[in-house]
Design a protein around this ligand. Sequence first.
Ligand SMILES: Cc1cc2nc3c(=O)[nH]c(=O)nc-3n(C[C@H](O)[C@H](O)[C@H](O)COP(=O)(O)OP(=O)(O)OC[C@H]3O[C@@H](n4cnc5c(N)ncnc54)[C@H](O)[C@@H]3O)c2cc1C
Length: 369
Amino acid sequence: MREDSEGFRYPHIDLSVCIRCDLCEKVCPVIHPNPDSSDPRICLAAKSRNGLVREESTSGGVFTLLAADTIAKGGVVFGARFDDGFNVVHDYATTLDGVASFRSSKYVQSYIGDSFLRVRQFLKEGRPVLFSGTPCQVAGLRRFLRKPYSGLTTVDFICHGVPSPQIWRLYRDSVARKLGAPLTAVSFRQKNPGWRDYSVRFAAGDVVSLVSHREDPYMRGFLNHLYLRPSCADCPAKGFTSGSDVKIADYWGISRVAPDFDDDRGVSLVFIKDAASPALGLIRAGADTLDTPLEPIRRLNPSLYVSSAPAPRRDLFFKSVGRDSDVVSVIKKLTRDKTVVILKRYIGICLQTIGMKEKIKRVLRKGRG
Ligand SMILES: Cc1cc2nc3c(=O)[nH]c(=O)nc-3n(C[C@H](O)[C@H](O)[C@H](O)COP(=O)(O)OP(=O)(O)OC[C@H]3O[C@@H](n4cnc5c(N)ncnc54)[C@H](O)[C@@H]3O)c2cc1C
């Protein structure tokens, strides 16, 4: 796998050692999409009854409920965590402490490494495996395994797209420089002041930066599709095509759908393909749940079905960053709120007009004098 100039990894085949088995094409989920895109049987709003877990999770903490059961059965949980340098990597855990590092969304494409090989190894040893990842990672794993394993449960999420690891590295390093010390903690989804208006938190020892996601330049660039992987613009794993057993998401809009259920500390939206899945019992046992219709979700969480169109200035962004410009100022420049820009321009014109009027008045007064 080699990183391109935008910071995304792509496979390169060394033809001098390739034996032309075509296996890479046989297991490719883009060439062979999943024919089953049927809607899930179960659609729920859920919030874990464990307050601490819910606080540390992105939405309602459903992932940890499923992971805890796998660990209790002596199984292995795969997820994405930060490594020592705050790169996002896929890894596995066999303890609840290990699972804690997977909690909370990291808005960067994770380095999948040899996770698929390890999943297969654990399954062959007869250990239960819970694999959690993006819909395309789950679709890729299922094709890679080439046959169903009864011990495997897969969880993905509604995905907006994955940002470039290179842009994350540049941003992370620039925050560390600003804070004046190496980073010791990062959270993209601090529920402060609340789940809906979450903040991005960086800590470098005692020095902490807590910025609303609306103001944080990295989140603005991510939500404006400035540096998503190009394939996210035409995602082959939208809807329910990844084949995951469970799909989780933020239940945006719950305050309107079921106001009494919402306390602004995070509600998960959960889709379960098969009504007989053990996941349903686990979630009902460990979380407060509410059955909910699928139809309004199309409007409330469009990323379920719709790919993220690239920002019109995506190319300009990568060219500017490539020219050694400071990543923060480039993001700020290219994501400036259009209404603010128009308002500033309008105020400028008004001030200019007033200034001109004053000048004309002065000239007329002088003339009269
Ligand atoms: C890149 C990205 C885009 C997303 N886009 C949307 C969206 O458009 N709409 C929406 O409703 N929800 C989106 N989510 C999902 C959402 O943020 C929550 O992850 C989801 O609601 C689960 O919450 P939880 O409280 O149950 O789990 P948490 O405890 O928060 O668990 C998070 C799970 O996500 C996995 N994970 C975290 N980061 C990554 C990563 N970079 N790559 C692969 N897996 C990862 C972890 O391994 C863990 O299993 C996105 C998540 C990511 C990582």
